[in-house]
Design a protein around this ligand. Structure first.
Ligand code: GLC
Length: 525
């Protein structure tokens, strides 16, 4: 097996910067705050920090509406602050990944301001402008992922522009070579400063149908779903031409040595695999989101693992995601006990894990009162259960009231102070201690990093699999229910159990029962 690179060996940790650590009392996290917590991350045992967008932005979608791709929003700090953060991270052995948001800019980006200024502006074609339909309405039936038509009328120039998300987020025209060149320069701007890679926002949406054909109705639509699910996204996502763009991004990164290109892609596995590129020249890791909404049972998860492993092209490196800023938190989806089992799963599967900030202390979705809602997705489509504020609340650092060490000011989202890093630090049975041990075991056992995954077996509520590298063999057993489960595990050394007090020493007779919510790592042989 060829030597693995850092992003294959490592664990990625996602920081949602508004909510990680505030350093200046404005109630919003910032780069100095992230910098102050780098030692925590290094000690936790993660390898790379992906920071959600920090660029200048009107914050209509909290930074996913970028007004300048090559600068830092004053809320977060300055370019100098960023450079300091990067240097400090590197000194601690941590890599830093930025969020690259190429599908759309903010309507306040200078490019769009020029584009909308007149029909003959040289940047007109940098965005997607169309004439109205004969009845004066939108040019076609495409729907925004934030609700309503995806077309916004511009009275000044008498045309509509397309926005897959908010109307404040006009989509760029990736068929225009000038856009591609400009975005390539953006990548180079950050790569030259030493950034270790990018998570690319909505990579599968970059190219739209050249003929702007209507999307067909979705026969499986059920009322209550987000409105855009009324249509199949036949002409607005996963267009064949996107792969050439991914390849060119990758080629740019490759010029700078070992950098990583990760794609945010919500697609079924067969389509997802194509983003690795026909000859491994696409994204290094198209995010694998299957665990975010999988039914939590041994047979189902076992099938996901096997199908994914089988579908991977030969050159492709797997990866797994358990939580992010767009989905309910794992501890709320599964409950506290199974969130521990899920942590063992995430950190023992084959491939690079991505951990969402706060999941290492079992943060749960916070209750958000109507007047506290900030997420534009929720504000524009209230009540459809799309709100993302609950999983974006401030990191809970200590037991200080009212803001758990996040800010001395008024936090932008309410702080849930039920638990904290400080309260869990010295507690060997805590979620934080479990993560520290898992991450340390990952570092000590090559089988968990470069090993194969074998014998994935569901037996009732118990999922078992083996990780194997050379003569090293680790057995992972996960009881995915609250009930005790009879199961035979061969003799070995227990390296870890999620049940406090059961986690060390040899088992000479094997194990015949897992407690409810118990997950074990056993060294065999
Ligand atoms: C991605 C981001 C999400 C954002 C959207 C539009 O899905 O993860 O937070 O709202 O893109 O940029």
């Amino acid at each position: 097996m060829p030597e693995l690179t850092w992003w294959q060996r490592g664990v990625i940790y996602q920081v949602y910067p508004r909510s990680f650590q505030d350093s200046n009392g404005d109630g919003i996290g910032d780069l100095a705050g992230v910098g102050a917590r780098l030692e925590y991350l290094a000690a936790l045992g993660v390898d790379a920090v992906w920071i959600s967008p920090i660029y200048p932005s009107p914050m209509a979608d909290f930074g996913y509406d970028v007004a300048d791709y090559c600068n830092i929003d004053p809320i977060f700090g300055t370019l100098d602050d960023f450079q300091q953060l990067l240097d400090r991270a590197h000194a601690l052995g941590l890599k830093v990944l930025l969020d690259f948001v190429p599908n759309h800019s903010s309507e306040r980006h200078a490019w769009f301001e020029e584009s909308r200024s007149s029909r003959d502006n040289p940047k007109r074609d940098w965005y997607l402008w169309r004439d109205p339909a004969p009845d004066g309405g939108p040019p076609n039936n495409w729907l925004s992922r934030m609700g309503g038509s995806a077309w916004q009328w511009d009275a000044h120039t008498g045309q509509y522009y397309y926005h897959a998300f908010l109307r404040e987020q006009p989509d760029l025209n990736w068929r225009n070579p000038e856009v591609r060149r400009a975005m390539d320069e953006v990548l180079r701007f950050w790569l030259a400063r030493g950034v270790d890679g990018f998570r690319v926002d909505v990579l599968w949406l970059l190219i739209k149908d050249a003929q702007f054909r209507d999307n067909p109705p979705n026969p499986a639509f059920t009322p209550g779903e987000p409105e855009h699910h009324r249509l199949l996204q036949t002409y607005t996502e996963d267009q064949p031409e996107v792969h050439e763009i991914v390849r060119s991004m990758r080629a740019t990164l490759d010029e700078y040595g070992e950098r990583v290109l990760i794609g945010e892609i919500y697609l079924p596995v067969p389509q997802l695999m194509r983003y690795y590129g026909a000859s491994g020249d696409g994204a290094n890791m198209p995010f694998n989101f299957q665990l975010l909404n999988a039914a939590w049972n041994a047979a189902g998860i076992g099938r996901i693992i096997c199908d994914y492993d089988r579908a991977l092209p030969e050159h492709a490196w797997p990866n797994w995601v358990l939580g992010n800023h767009d989905n309910p938190r794992v501890a709320s989806r599964l409950g506290a006990a199974q969130a521990r089992v899920a942590a063992v799963l995430l950190l023992t599967l084959r491939g690079t894990p991505t951990l969402y900030y706060g999941d290492e202390i079992g943060m749960t979705d916070s209750a958000i009162a109507p007047e506290q809602v900030r997420d534009p997705a929720e504000l524009r489509q209230p009540g459809i259960g799309q709100g993302r504020d609950p999983e974006r609340t401030p990191m809970q650092w200590d037991s200080s009231l009212p803001n758990a060490g996040f800010t001395s000011g008024r936090p932008w989202l309410p702080v849930n102070s039920t638990t904290s890093v400080a309260s869990q630090s010295d507690d060997a049975s805590s979620m934080l201690s479990l993560h520290r041990r898992l991450l340390s075991i990952r570092r000590s056992y090559a089988a968990l990093v470069d090993g194969s995954i074998e014998h994935v077996t569901a037996n009732g509520n118990v999922l078992t699999y083996e990780r194997r590298s050379g003569t090293q063999r680790l057995l992972i057993a996960l009881n995915m229910s609250a009930a005790d489960a009879a199961v035979y595990l061969p003799p070995g050394i227990v390296l870890l159990s999620t049940i406090p007090g059961r986690d060390s020493g040899p088992i000479t007779e094997g194990v015949d029962c897992l407690a409810g919510g118990e997950a074990l790592i056993v060294r065999l042989g």
